[in-house]
Design a binder for this molecule. Structure first.
Ligand SMILES: NC(=O)c1ccc[n+]([C@@H]2O[C@H](COP(=O)([O-])OP(=O)(O)OC[C@H]3O[C@@H](n4cnc5c(N)ncnc54)[C@H](OP(=O)(O)O)[C@@H]3O)[C@@H](O)[C@H]2O)c1
Length: 336
């Protein structure tokens, strides 16, 4: 079978290799991967920025969808032909995360090779069923970006109808956050660096939009839009470069979900955090149980992932280069 392997860091070093067909162990299922999607983390992994000491060679990518082609002797929960997605944090099944859950993510360490390969064996209890209404390409967008947005807003955020959510940028996590927030009846204020993407945000249901490039004091714009009160939730994907403005945008007693680090630099004034009783909630993807609850709701509401562009398996390096440009809106997918 074919797999992409990284022997040394760099997109240019991502090579297709012939590797042995995996044999499912007694408790495993063998999945023929049909699609995968890119997350910003994959770009960091491939460039060597995620963990410069990561053991190589490694197969990258955490998010995929496929069909079961064989099951181990002890597996009763799945059969050949079932359509599944592996959970990203393979060992986080339910409850709170622990260090073993945090170390079990696909595509981030050689111990758990990623999904950029034609076949992969997974523990039967770490895969979830794909709802019928979703294609493999659509399903492949959900395990990391969809679940992270769901965890931030619904599981950890306890979002209620009528609350206001501030969402930064138009990447994979942020666009799912727009869709989930709208689905639960929240008011969405969304930002982007691009006026063309702002039109797409409006089409997706964002109530108010701000171009954070032409309005560098965007936190003031958020306060103006909320009568000086601030928003209930912030989906914080920017990190050091945006956190101070996010803290200034949230209401007293509101929540900032700390998800990403797309922007660099800056020291942070921590005083507003306690003076305004802000809840800073670190979000680490989500558990399998959260993923199943999310899929139930997506299935019920037929929430359609926003796919920007689909590349073929052979074009994986080009797909990563496209992600580097930041031109995408929502998800970039690979079809095998
Ligand atoms: N904690 C977790 O479990 C978890 C899970 C998934 C992702 N993440 C992290 O979350 C972040 C987003 O991941 P992703 O896969 O959704 O990324 P992505 O799809 O690559 O998102 C890129 C988009 O983010 C926006 N952006 C970049 N810099 C920004 C800034 N300074 N302010 C506001 N928006 C900015 C841009 O949108 P515009 O072009 O519209 O400006 C850009 O197109 C990454 O840091 C990733 O590592 C964390």
């Amino acid at each position: 079978m074919k797999a992409y392997e990284l022997e040394t860091f760099g997109i240019e070093n991502l090579q297709v290799v012939e590797s042995a067909m995996p044999e499912p162990g007694g408790d495993e299922v063998l999945v023929q991967m049909c699609a995968a999607s890119l997350n910003y983390r994959d770009l960091m992994v491939v460039r060597g920025e995620y963990n410069p000491r990561m053991r190589l060679p490694a197969v990258p990518l955490s998010d995929g969808a496929g069909e079961i082609v064989a099951v181990g002797d002890n597996v009763t929960s799945w059969k050949v032909g079932d359509r599944v997605m592996p959970s990203v944090a393979q060992k986080w099944l339910d409850g709170k995360p622990d260090s073993s859950a945090a170390r079990s993510t696909l595509g981030g360490d050689a111990r758990s090779n990623g999904v950029l390969r034609e076949f992969a064996a997974f523990d039967a209890c770490s895969v979830v069923a794909i709802p019928e209404y979703l294609s493999f390409a659509e399903a492949a967008t959900l395990p990391c970006a969809g679940l992270t947005a769901w965890n931030a807003l619904v599981e950890s955020g306890n979002l209620r109808a009528g609350e206001t959510v501030l969402i930064l940028g138009t990447g994979g996590v942020s666009i799912f956050a727009v869709q989930i927030a709208k689905h639960f009846g929240a008011r969405v204020i969304a930002t982007s660096s691009s006026d063309a993407k702002i039109e797409k945000l409006k089409a997706l249901g964002a109530d108010e939009t701000i171009n954070y490039r032409s309005t560098p004091d965007w936190e003031q714009a958020v306060l103006d839009l909320t009568d000086g009160v601030g928003v209930d939730h912030v989906i914080e994907v920017g990190g050091a470069g945006t956190i101070e403005k996010s803290l200034a945008s949230v209401r007293v007693g509101g929540t900032v979900s700390m998800i990403g680090a797309l922007s660099g630099g800056a020291t942070v004034n921590t005083v507003p955090i306690f003076m305004r009783a802000i809840r800073l909630q670190g979000i680490f993807i989500g558990s399998k149980a959260m993923f199943e609850r999310m899929l139930q709701e997506f299935d019920r509401a037929r929430i359609q992932p926003a796919i920007d562009r689909i590349f073929s398996f052979d074009e994986a390096p080009n797909a990563l280069r496209y992600m580097e440009t930041g031109e995408h809106f929502g998800k970039i997918v690979l079809e095998f």
